[in-house]
Design a protein around this ligand. Structure first.
Ligand SMILES: NC(=O)c1ccc[n+]([C@@H]2O[C@H](COP(=O)([O-])OP(=O)(O)OC[C@H]3O[C@@H](n4cnc5c(N)ncnc54)[C@H](OP(=O)(O)O)[C@@H]3O)[C@@H](O)[C@H]2O)c1
Length: 266
C-alpha cells in the first residue's frame, strides 16, 4: 500500500519518522508534498522517502492520502483534487476539528474517509490517537491505518461525538501534565533542590505512575490506596491537595477545554 502525506510540518514529520523507524512501511512506499521545498528535501535526506512534485502527483501515486495541513488548507486541497480521489483511495485526515461530514462534502460520493486526532506525543511514539471512519472504508485500509498509527502511540476507535472529550483529555492534557510535573519540581526547588534534577525526578515519577496504571489496569484509586500508609506522609499530602479542591479544579479545567472547543465550532 502506497502512503502519501500532504503537509510536511510538525505532525507529519513526527508520524513519518516514527512509522519508518518502526519499519511498518518502506521509505520507497511513502510520498510527501509541502508548499515548502526545503521541508520535503530535508525529510528525503533524513528518511529516504519520495518527494512528490505536487499534491496532485502525490494523490495519483498513493492509496492512503494523509491530510496533514491545517483545516482550511485541508478542505481546499480536497476540493482541488476531488476528481483524482476515487473510491479505491482512502483519505486520512488529522486536521483538528474537521469533521468527517465536512471532508465528505468536498469529495465524490462513497469516498472512504478516516479521521484521526493525534497529539504531540507522536514525537516520542506515545501519542493518544482517536480514530473514526465512514462506512466506505475497507477492512484492509482500516487495519493498515491502525497498524501505522499504533506504531506512534495508541489508537482509540471512537464515535465522532466523543472527539471533543478526547481532544480535551488527550490533545490538551499534555500541557496539564507538564504543569503538574513543573508544580512538583517547583515544590522541590522551594525546599532546596536544583530545578533540572527536580524536573527529571518528577517526570520519571509521572512516567512510572502512568505505566503502572496501564500495565496493571488497576483503578487509579486502588494504586493511591496502595501507596498511602496509615498515618503516613502520602495521605497527609493527599488530604491537603483535596482540601484545596484538586479533583474539582482538574475537572473544571477539562470542562473549560471542552466548552472552548464547542465555542470554536459555532
Ligand atoms: N501540532 C499538533 O499538536 C496537532 C495535534 C493534532 C492535530 N493537528 C493537526 O495536524 C495538522 C498539521 O499540523 P502541524 O502542527 O503539523 O502543522 P504545521 O507544522 O504548520 O505543518 C503544516 C505544513 O503544511 C503546509 N501546507 C499548507 N497548505 C498546504 C498545501 N495546500 N499543500 C501542501 N502543504 C501545505 C504548511 O505550509 P505553511 O506553513 O506555509 O502553511 C506547513 O509546512 C493540522 O490540521 C492540525 O490541526 C496538530
Amino acid at each position: 500500500m502506497k502512503l502519501g502525506f500532504i503537509g510536511a510540518g510538525k505532525m507529519a514529520s513526527a508520524i513519518v519518522t516514527g512509522i519508518l523507524s518502526n519499519k511498518i512501511v518502506s521509505a520507497d512506499d511513502v510520498f510527501i508534498s509541502d508548499l515548502h521545498q526545503e521541508k520535503v528535501d530535508q525529510l528525503h535526506a533524513d528518511l529516504g522517502l519520495n518527494v512528490a512534485q505536487s499534491n496532485s502527483d502525490l494523490i495519483k501515486q498513493s492509496d492512503l492520502i494523509v491530510i496533514a495541513v491545517g483545516p482550511g488548507a485541508a478542505v481546499q486541497v480536497l476540493s482541488d483534487n476531488k476528481d483524482l480521489i476515487n473510491s479505491k483511495k482512502t483519505v486520512v485526515s488529522i486536521a483538528a476539528g474537521l469533521e468527517v461530514s465536512k471532508i465528505e462534502a468536498r469529495l465524490n460520493a462513497n469516498t472512504p474517509v478516516i479521521r484521526l486526532m493525534p497529539n504531540i506525543n507522536v514525537i516520542v511514539k506515545e501519542a493518544g490517537i482517536a480514530l473514526t471512519s465512514n462506512e466506505y472504508v475497507s477492512d484492509d485500509a482500516l487495519k493498515e491505518v491502525k497498524a501505522l498509527f499504533n506504531s506512534v502511540g495508541t489508537v482509540y476507535e471512537l464515535p465522532e461525538s466523543q472527539f471533543d472529550i478526547f481532544t480535551a483529555i488527550s490533545g490538551s492534557s499534555p500541557a496539564y501534565a507538564y504543569l503538574f510535573v513543573d508544580s512538583i519540581a517547583r515544590a522541590a526547588v522551594k525546599n532546596g533542590m536544583n530545578k533540572d534534577l527536580a524536573n527529571d525526578i518528577a517526570s520519571q515519577a509521572v512516567l512510572g505512575s502512568a505505566k503502572m496504571i496501564r500495565d496493571t489496569k488497576e483503578e487509579p484509586w486502588t494504586l493511591i490506596n496502595n501507596v498511602s500508609s496509615p498515618g503516613g506522609t502520602t495521605v497527609a499530602g493527599l488530604v491537603n491537595l483535596e482540601d484545596n479542591g484538586f479533583i474539582s479544579t482538574v475537572i473544571k479545567g477539562i470542562d473549560a477545554t471542552i466548552e472552548k472547543s464547542n465555542d470554536l465550532k459555532k
